[in-house]
Design a binder for this molecule. Structure first.
Ligand SMILES: Nc1ncnc2c1ncn2[C@@H]1O[C@H](COP(=O)(O)OP(=O)(O)OP(=O)(O)O)[C@@H](O)[C@H]1O
Length: 326
């Protein structure tokens, strides 16, 4: 490809690592940062997650997609310690992490973004950042009791927070209440806050939800820059334009299982994937053809993020209680 000359080093490295990986569920990776086996989560009679094997390539951006109810969020919650599996094991950086509590998972270097809760909306932007910095790698309770060390650490946390606010162009909002930010700025704050713990892997939950198309490029740029900084990114997203734009690899879930894996182009043309999305609409309710086409990755959807993003935006606004950029 002619434009390969200008491919940034992080992209080139991720592509090279994934070049020979077979496009099939559970495919082994060259250098996986996360390996999970036989992860099952049931809610009563419903098996929400039943993942036999999954590997996430270090340094790459991997998208986790699938129709509504496929089990993506539940799987995310399990991996990050916010929910417990009925069965299953996984290792992060070679260390077992199954059943480990969320704050300890973050200390190991795997962190997820969170939508701003009402309580956090009432804090200033800088206080949100400082809060994100507590529980850093190496921080101990006993050290925190010694005033000198505590003060120094607090100063370091504030310096790091200010650096990140500048990087995410939120420095002008430093003293504003987080609740006053637009949808896109909130997403930037969520990402910046996650970086306070200097993670190896960042997990983003619908980073495009509630984001005005005008801020989309800036947000995508920030996600890509994480890869250039050597971080691994795993994200759940319904916006297929974003998935196509930034993913090195795509993992598709359907009814709790991994049903396909591969590069964005191959996955989105995979009949199993298209079937899974169409199948999710075989629920007895009537759906507009354009609505189905917009959500099915390989279908001839009117290519518009706004169509894809519409349900996510509504969800984002609903769950955050905040305003979107629109
Ligand atoms: N706490 C819970 N109690 C009971 N059922 C649950 C619970 N959480 C999730 N489920 C069910 O588990 C299944 C998987 O849900 P999950 O939210 O993980 O899917 P998803 O792929 O993230 O969907 P979406 O894209 O709509 O967010 C769904 O059928 C859902 O109703």
């Amino acid at each position: 490809m002619a434009d390969d000359v200008t491919v940034p080093p992080g992209v080139a490295k991720a592509r090279a690592a994934l070049k020979d990986v077979p496009h099939e569920p559970g495919a082994p990776k060259q250098d996986p940062i996360l390996v999970a086996d036989s992860v099952v989560r049931r809610f009563g009679g419903l098996t929400a997650v039943s993942v036999d094997h999954i590997e996430i390539q270090r340094g790459a951006i991997t998208a986790l997609i699938g129709p509504n109810g496929a089990g993506k969020t539940t799987f995310f919650n399990l991996l990050t310690g916010f929910d417990r599996p009925d069965e299953g094991d996984w290792k992060f950086n070679g260390k077992p992490l199954a059943g480990v509590a969320a704050h300890k998972v973050a200390k190991q270097g795997m962190v997820r973004t969170f939508q701003l809760t009402k309580a956090l909306s009432r804090l200033t932007v800088i206080d949100n950042m400082r809060l994100g910095g507590t529980g850093q790698k190496g921080e101990s309770f006993w050290k925190a009791l010694i005033p000198g060390i505590w003060k120094k650490q607090e100063q370091e946390i504030t310096e790091r927070a200010d650096e990140l606010l500048a990087r995410f162009k939120l420095d002008a909002k430093r003293e504003d209440f987080a609740g006053s930010l637009s949808g896109g700025q909130r997403k930037l704050l969520e990402m910046a806050r996650a970086l306070m713990v200097q993670p190896d892997m960042v997990m983003l939950d619908e980073p495009m939800a509630g984001v005005n198309p005008a801020l989309t490029q800036s947000l995508l740029g920030h996600v890509k820059s994480l890869r250039e900084d050597g971080m691994t990114v795993l994200f759940v997203e319904h916006d297929m334009d974003m998935v196509r734009d930034i993913s090195d690899w795509v993992i598709v879930m359907g009814q709790g299982k991994v049903i396909a894996e591969g590069t964005p182009d191959t996955v989105m043309a995979d009949p199993r994937v298209i079937d899974a999305y169409l199948g999710s609409h075989h629920d007895g309710t009537e759906h507009d053809a354009a609505e189905v086409a917009a959500e099915v990755p390989g279908a001839d959807a009117p290519s518009s993020s706004s169509v894809d993003a519409a349900p996510s935006s509504a969800e984002g606004a609903k769950s955050e209680g905040g305003k979107t950029d629109e």
